[in-house]
Every structure is written in structure tokens, then in C-alpha cells.
Design a protein around this ligand. Structure first.
Ligand code: ZN
Ligand code: ZN
Length: 230
């Protein structure tokens, strides 16, 4: 049995949310379409998948698990159970945004993108998914990075962290001059775009940047709020 990853659960929960918060039947066109999409295995790169992987009946089963996950959840569930409850909870709390996320994931999978078995560095987390992976990959694109930095410099904006104000040049002198990290503020599920706009990027110090990515992806303003609360 191959564990369902976050993105797969988002796609299944999307069907549940559009079906009056109840599970979908194996014979429905929705279950069939999701089965076809997931059976391509792009979210399980490098894994050997069984013949019945994400069959229409497994889609039905998972959709009913999701539909009842929040009521069922108490004590110490399996990891799968915990994720089920988390994802359906996210859909109940923010239905429109999560449905948008599902649409964006389907769009990305349609282009043939995969979530690699080994993520690019320890900051990347499987708690997020393929959208965060792609955003993370783009924020390291040297061209995009230098355009963002140059635009700030041209506008007379100092290269200081947008969250805490840290400035590498002021602290490290010549060694830090011109250094700043670039963060993708708006993951694809909000923008719905596959092209990164400079406005989607924030300039951050290494600490604040790491806090944005640690565990589940949060925004720079959420990091700023965390600093104020701490
Ligand atoms: Zn900072
Ligand atoms: Zn980032």
C-alpha cells in the first residue's frame, strides 16, 4: 500500500468538497478521471507502484475516509489518518483557495511535472507539495533572482529583509554587500500562474527565509506576525 501524499489528498478532497462533502463512487466520472491522473505516478517518482495503484475503488475509499476524517479523528491516528483530517480541515476552512490549489496541481501534473523522490534541500518539505517544490525551484533561478535584485536597486530600495530589516552589507560589510535571498511569496495555487512575476518575490534574510519554508510554507507576513508574538 502506497501512502497518499498531500497533493493526492488535496485532489481527492477537492472531489469531496464538490460533492456535498461526501465521498465519490468508484464508477463516477470524477473518480475515473482522478484515477487516470494519479496512476501516472508523478507524485511517487522512483517508487514501484502496484497494479491496483489509485484504482477507482481506492479513490472511492479515500474520498469516504476524507469525508468522515474530522469526526473520526481522535487519539493517535496513523500518519495517513492525520493527513486526511488535516487536508479535509483545510478544505472546510478555506474551500475556494483549496479548490484553486487542486486546479493548479492538476494543471501542473498535466504538464508532466513530477515531485522528485529526493527533494532539493532540507528546507523543502513534503508537507507542502509539487506547487511549493516548483516555486522553490523558480526562486533559485539565477536570472529571476538577479532581475528581482536589480529592480530593487534601480528603485533605490536597500537590500534589506522585508520581514526583519536585516541587511547583509551593513552587518558583514563588503562580504555581505549585494546579498539577499529571494522568496516566492505567492505559491501557484493563489496566483494560478506558471510564470513568476517579480511582484511574487520577496527579499528576505536567510533566517526569515528558512522560517517561511520550515514545515508548512507560510508567508513573510506570517513570519513577521510570529516575531511579534514571540
Ligand atoms: Zn529577516
Ligand atoms: Zn523561499
Amino acid at each position: 500500500m502506497v501512502d497518499w501524499v498531500y497533493d493526492e489528498l488535496v485532489l481527492a478532497a477537492d472531489l469531496v468538497s464538490r460533492n456535498g462533502w461526501t465521498g465519490v463512487r468508484a464508477g463516477s466520472s470524477e473518480a475515473r478521471a482522478l484515477s487516470v491522473l494519479l496512476r501516472r505516478g508523478q507524485l511517487h517518482e522512483g517508487e514501484v507502484l502496484p497494479a491496483n495503484f489509485r484504482s477507482t475503488s481506492s479513490i472511492q475509499r479515500k474520498s469516504y475516509d476524507l469525508a468522515t476524517a474530522d469526526e473520526k479523528y481522535d487519539g493517535k491516528p496513523t500518519r495517513g489518518g492525520r493527513l486526511d483530517a488535516l487536508v479535509i480541515g483545510e478544505f472546510r476552512a478555506n474551500t475556494a483557495a483549496m479548490q484553486k490549489r487542486a486546479t493548479a496541481i492538476r494543471g501542473v501534473l498535466a504538464t508532466g511535472e513530477t515531485l522528485p523522490a529526493v527533494l532539493d534541500d532540507e528546507v523543502e518539505s513534503r508537507e507542502g507539495g509539487i506547487l511549493e517544490h516548483l516555486a522553490r525551484r523558480r526562486e533559485r533561478d539565477p536570472g529571476l533572482r538577479s532581475r528581482k535584485i536589480q529592480t530593487a536597486l534601480d528603485a533605490g530600495i536597500a537590500l534589506s529583509c522585508e520581514v526583519c530589516g536585516f541587511n547583509f552589507g551593513l552587518t558583514y560589510g563588503e562580504r555581505g554587500e549585494g546579498y539577499i535571498e529571494v522568496h516566492h511569496v505567492t505559491p501557484l495555487h493563489i496566483s494560478g500562474e506558471t510564470v513568476t512575476k517579480l511582484d511574487d518575490l520577496a527579499l528576505l534574510c536567510a533566517n526569515c527565509h528558512r522560517m517561511c519554508h520550515r514545515g508548512k510554507w507560510i508567508t513573510p507576513s506570517a513570519v513577521r506576525a510570529a516575531i511579534q508574538t514571540a
